[in-house]
Design a protein. Sequence first.
Lengths: 112, 244
Amino acid sequence: MTAFQWLALVPLGFLFVISIGNLFRQLGRWRASLPWAILWLACGAAIAKPDLTVAAAHVLGIGRGADLVAYASVLAMLLGFFFVYLRLRQLERNITVLTRHIAITGARRPND
Amino acid sequence: MSQPGQASAGSVAFGLSESECAKIWTVIAAYNEGSKIAEVVSELRTHLPHVVVVDDGSADATSDNAFGAGAVVLRHGVNRGQGAALQTGITYALGQGAEIVVTYDADGQHRMSDIPEMVRPILAGEADICLGSRFLEHAGQVPWRRRVVLRLGRWFTLLTSGMRLSDTHNGFRALSRRAAQQIDIRLDRMAHASEIIDQIRKTDLVYREVSVQIRYTDYSRQKGQRSSAAFKIALDYLVQRLLK
């Protein structure tokens, strides 16, 4: 094991354990924690055994393992942006609803 | 002559009886319109007793000036956009028992004298919603650049909603109570105009276009949307349709 592998695998292992813990604590919300657990596991596997990425790349018809990692990273980032965008939209919506409620309850009427 | 803040008793001269005027709630979304809003509200208040100004987080004296001119003022603590402000005003008006809601611009580009024609089909039970159109009779008065953008908006609406309208982004509208209850503006910013048309198509609301005249002044041009904003509006609307 190289120094980089140690530096990367320790926090990844820690994150994996937290995700698995969340998964078992809140089984009803497995959709929120299972993808994270899989992501940390995949990252850990790719760092611990780089040959795995080469094998996976060949299965998917990609030349090099590094290319597979690059493509997967870009895809993961785009997905991440998309989900953050969805959350932001919901947040904006909530702010509007709250602002509306405050505006209506605090209406200034000429006859008041 | 009526004083600002008091509806006139002689509303018949306006083209509507007092009882008809009492059914109408005019909703104005205003953002930094402090220099114009009092004039707009005062003019409306000469005949219409219910004027609601939604101050969309202005940094100037929009709220105070509108209130001083006799409007009910609702204030958004933070700017949420014209669509959000209109929905706030409509929700408030419905809560006060409004039978007809008229949406009206704050920059003085609409003419109060067009209101009777806008609401008459609703009062007669012939339509649920009347959409003001500057292209039915007064197309020549529209600046050419604005005309081009609005024509593109027309085609865009035809493509996305299948609705053949002459003026798709006119803020002058009249809604029956039933229509105001069914329309739910969720696009906070300027794309709400397309959203309203989309919602009309999806409901059984009967709509009609009514000819109105737009007063293009230096002030309204300065306050109005830039033509380049049309692309952002179209994008907002398409994203909303994809993600809802």
